[in-house]
Write a protein that binds this ligand. Structure first.
Ligand code: PEP
Ligand code: MG
Length: 600
């Protein structure tokens, strides 16, 4: 968080502007008295533990019901993970063991085990952003055991609609109140893929996270303007600032209606250039949303969900079915299937491997596939078979070496041959594309492009690896910007190299989902953008206002810039001058962790 006077800057995780009084909710761990339990009372202590756990499970089930009614069945599943924690016999058995062997009270034993689990989760990049879920359960059980009121919710809450400020927003707190009680949430911790962030967004409650240290500046009762689109909180606003914020919110809501209407319109710029807009699909449930939002094919089909939560691998036939189904849903249009992008911020291969000190620089993505060809061959074979009937493409992530693409081509050729011998239908012309996500790929573009049928830039990882900034770290959110001149120059080098080779260059990272980002990409020369389905109408609306000659001029100015700030200023000025000013209200959502991780 950057306090700039009265303006606090964090991460906007759920859009919308609201004005109201702050209420600070302290989810503090209760004091746990020291006491040794007499041997004869140990059984009773274990019974107390089980009773508290059952009560909190009841509360979570109520919250799950509430989330299902107010947000939807998918969002309600967020509570399943918390309920599972309380059904984990290994964990509960561990707590009971401590009670028995060390004569600890139920609260002390529970606290001990919960802190142990918390430390484990905080150390694990895959689980780190789920720590708030753990906190929700941990605090509630302790409060129950100690007979304290739950979550120490201040009395002010409920008297009039307020903006809740807290250290860590738990899923429970997010759905506990309705909009007449809570108009917005602000948390010191968390990123846009925290469970609480997802819930706030589904509930339509503006939310800002990652405002590290904000509780020092806030007192209950203080008036604030929360802007969940820009990720800001303005303290003690003047009447004029309040009026401006309210007008901005009205414009945003009008814009949302306009965007809905844009779905049916072609993505053509003012000077007649046809832009292709595709959808990024993480889960099968999102296919319909992509189609309904007017996606012209799938620009990034993430496949990690096929492995998620399983100890075995999906069969080839299972994959053929899925890829064919997606291909048929977008009949004739390209469906770009990315090979498993495991490890790093996503799921490690569930095979009891040693944890790595640096998972982002470790054994992940294409490296796993090439080192474990039995996994990769299955995916390639499934795609070759699906290609016989549909327009699926294969795309490989995190490419850093020419040999990786060569090896992939060899495997494709071998499997094509083998499928033929087996008499199975095979689409031998399966296009192979690479994701440009590393500085190595940018620098080697002229060579890599010779081996590729197309490229697609993953700006999330390209930004992370170019700037050496963890894409999921809330503390570094401000440093994570795809508008850094090094990223902008890389983007230009990629599109130029692809153009010289006569190959398609697309962008499927989050940068394409955000007005200034999409505008810059069009100016740099990209003509294919792929975004998450809900962002497609906004990008389409934007494309229809763009004059490519002007956008090119803006991109040239951005390429001259020395700093991220200068690039941002060039873009802000161009967007304000050439586009509907409401586009500025749709701000970047920093720190894009892979959406796939949120189901982990
Ligand atoms: C990217 O890195 O920009 C990308 C699209 O892939 P993911 O977010 O799945 O890593
Ligand atoms: Mg990536």
């Amino acid at each position: 968080m950057k306090p700039a006077g009265r303006l606090l800057i964090g991460i906007g995780v759920s859009p919308g502007v609201v004005v109201g009084p702050a209420v600070v909710v302290h989810l503090t761990l209760p004091e746990i008295p020291q006491r040794v339990v007499a041997r004869k009372d140990l059984k009773g202590e274990a019974t107390r533990l089980r009773a508290a756990v059952a009560a909190v499970r009841g509360y979570l089930e109520t919250m799950r019901g509430r989330a299902a009614r107010r947000a939807g069945p998918e969002e309600a599943k967020i509570f399943d993970a918390q309920i599972l924690m309380l059904e984990d016999e290994e964990f509960l058995g561990g707590v009971e063991g401590l009670i028995r062997q060390n004569q600890l009270s139920a609260e002390r034993a529970f606290e001990f085990k919960a802190l142990e689990m918390r430390a484990l989760w905080a150390d694990n990049p895959r689980l780190r952003e789920r720590v708030a879920d753990l906190t929700g359960v941990h605090f509630r059980v302790l409060q129950h055991l100690l007979g304290q009121p739950a979550d120490r919710v201040p009395e002010e809450l409920g008297r009039q609609p307020a903006v809740v400020f807290t250290h860590e927003l738990t899923p429970g707190l997010t759905v506990q109140f309705d909009r007449t009680e809570v108009m917005g949430y602000v948390a010191e911790e968390g990123t846009r893929t925290s469970h609480a962030a997802i819930l706030a967004k589904s509930l339509g409650i503006p939310c800002v996270m990652g405002l590290v240290g904000c509780l020092e500046h806030i007192r209950s009762g203080m008036m604030v303007i929360l802007d969940g689109s820009r990720g800001t909180v303005l303290l003690n606003p003047t009447p004029q600032e309040i009026e401006e914020a309210q007008a901005q919110e009205r414009r945003r809501l009008e814009l949302e209606l306009e965007l809905e209407r844009a779905v049916a319109q072609p993505a053509v710029t003012l000077d007649g250039a046809r832009i292709t807009l595709r959808g990024n699909v993480d889960l099968p449930e999102e296919l319909e949303s992509a189609a309904q939002h007017g996606a012209e094919g799938v620009g990034l089909l993430r496949t990690e969900f096929l492995i998620l939560g399983r100890s075995d691998l999906p069969t080839e036939d299972e994959q053929v079915l899925y890829y064919t189904r997606v291909g048929e849903r977008f009949a004739g249009q390209p469906v770009v299937v990315r090979s498993y992008d495991l490890g790093g911020d996503k799921f490690p291969l569930n095979q009891g491997l040693e944890p790595e000190a640096n998972p982002f620089l470790g054994w992940r993505a294409l490296r796993v596939c090439l080192d474990r060809p039995e996994i990769f061959r299955g995916q390639i074979r499934a795609l070759l078979r699906a290609r016989a009937r549909t327009n699926v493409h294969l795309m490989i992530p995190l490419v850093t070496q020419v040999e990786e693409v060569e090896r992939t081509r060899e495997l494709m050729a071998e499997e094509t041959e083998r499928l033929r011998r087996e008499g199975l239908p095979v689409g031998a012309d399966l296009p192979l594309g690479i994701m440009v996500e590393t500085p190595a790929a940018v620098v080697m573009m002229d060579r890599l492009i010779e081996l590729s049928d197309f490229v697609s830039v993953g700006t999330n990882d390209l930004t992370q690896y170019t700037l050496v900034v963890d894409r999921g770290n809330a503390r570094l959110a401000e440093r994570f910007s795809s508008f850094h001149p090094a990223v902008v120059r890389s983007l230009k080098a990629v599109v130029d190299a692809a153009g010289r080779a006569g190959k398609e260059a697309a962008v499927c990272g989050e940068m394409a989902s955000e007005p200034a980002g999409a505008y810059l990409l069009l100016g740099l020369g990209y003509r294919v953008l792929s975004t998450s389905p809900p962002r497609l109408p906004m990008v389409r609306w934007l494309v229809r206002q763009v004059d490519l000659a002007q956008a090119k001029g803006t991109a040239e100015a951005a390429l001259e810039a020395r700093t991220t700030r200068e690039v941002q200023e060039v873009l802000d000025a161009a967007v304000a001058q050439h586009l509907d000013p409401r586009a500025l209200g749709v701000r970047p959502l920093p720190s894009p962790r892979s959406r796939t991780t949120l189901k982990g």
